[in-house]
Design a protein around this ligand. Structure first.
Ligand code: ADP
Ligand code: MG
Length: 357
């Protein structure tokens, strides 16, 4: 009798479990359908990630991260710090973001297709454009110019700030420039002079350059978050200039034993710059100073500030120095796909003039 009941009970349980399973399967099916539908409707957002609530989203946005890509490229500890969440949760959110974005290996063909998205900005000198592969500086990369005081790094920055506004057919990226000025050397008069070459309205050209004076390295960092916000608000920014990248870092972390700290912060800053470049398909141009390196016995005894950290983060590095008759010699260094070459230009009121070499 007891056994009988037990058997019956077991049967009931079995039937009910089967029923339940069917219901669950149905629900799951429905839900997946819904999710698939949703995916088709719009791209996933930060809030769709596991463990990321509205509070975390607000914190991330305050840190300049608005999209999955911004989060996907972070490390767990970095995200945990930024969003105020545990590292395990952060790791899961990053993994989910990467999965949703299909980050990973790409075949060579797709990679080449993606490279087609890249825009170019002419420097205003065919010689320098050729040195950089033919069309000037590229979006999705950082281009660095280093050289002594007065070598022409800022002149090149001003020229780019004008040229980015040109239509693509004329060598621009049809966008605006952000100019982060750490040394107070932005000169509106020079912008007007450069703009004249294109018969452009100088006031309009100036309005398309968003200038901010950075007063210290923290402020310089903060301004990058502002750039994300501007882009989110619809500003078509295609070029970020940081002139100079290293001056504040160098001045603030000059003491003994501060080098590691400086390099770490500089690294973080460059990381943020390259994320912006990648995320928003924009170009970054930074200037850098040189210091003399007494250990170098042959050749030019100067080297860029920031050493390897800056060198690795920048795709294109140019070294500018004064040449004969007030010319400027521009040299390309350590490019991944271009020969190290050298060219010569003159800086004139109307802009850069090529010198035959
Ligand atoms: N209107 C101009 N006409 C001709 N040359 C100029 C003009 N303005 C600046 N220059 C040249 O550019 C130099 C300054 O270059 P700059 O880009 O400011 O140097 P840095 O590398 O320190 O940023 C000046 O010494 C001068 O030779
Ligand atoms: Mg300068």
């Amino acid at each position: 009798m007891v056994e009988d009941i037990q058997e019956k009970n077991a049967e009931v349980v079995k039937v009910e479990t089967e029923k339940e399973e069917k219901v669950i399967k149905k629900v799951v099916k429905k839900k997946t359908k819904k999710v698939v539908k949703k995916k088709e409707e719009k791209a996933p957002k930060l809030i769709d990630l596991p463990g990321v609530g509205p509070g975390a989203v607000a914190k991330l946005e305050a840190a300049g991260i608005f999209e999955l890509m911004g989060l996907a490229v972070l490390g767990p500890s970095e995200l945990s710090e930024l969003a105020g969440m545990g590292e395990a949760v952060a790791r899961k959110a990053i993994q989910a973001a990467r999965q949703m974005m299909n980050l990973g290996f790409t075949d060579g063909f797709s990679f080449a297709e993606k490279r087609k998205e890249i825009d170019y900005i002419t420097t205003g000198s065919k010689n320098i454009d050729d040195l950089l592969g033919g069309k000037g500086i590229e979006t999705k990369s950082i281009t660095e110019a280093f050289g002594a005081y007065g070598s022409g790094k800022t002149q090149l920055a001003l020229s780019l700030a004008v040229n980015v506004q040109l239509p693509k057919e004329q060598g621009g990226a049809n966008g605006k420039a952000v100019y982060i000025d750490t040394e107070g050397t932005f000169r509106p008069e020079r912008i007007r002079q450069f703009a004249e070459k294109y018969d452009a309205n100088p006031d309009k050209v100036l309005k398309n350059i968003l200038v901010a004076r950075a007063f210290n390295s923290d402020h310089q960092m903060l301004l990058l978050d502002k750039v994300s916000e501007l882009i989110k608000d619809g500003e078509p920014i295609k070029l970020i200039i940081v002139d100079s990248l290293t001056a504040h870092f160098r001045a603030e972390f000059s003491g003994r034993g501060m080098l590691a700290d400086r390099q770490q912060r500089l690294n973080r800053y460059l990381h943020q710059l390259s994320k912006l470049a990648e995320q928003f398909n924009l170009a970054v141009y930074v200037t850098n100073q040189v210091m003399s390196n007494p250990a170098q016995m042959f050749g030019d005894p100067t080297q860029a500030i920031g050493g390897n950290i800056v060198g690795h983060a920048c795709t294109f590095r140019m070294y500018i120095r004064r040449g004969k008759k007030d010319s400027r010699v521009v040299k390309l260094i350590d490019s991944p796909n271009l020969p190290d070459g050298e060219t010569v230009v003159m800086i004139e009121t109307e802009g850069l003039r090529d010198v035959a070499v």
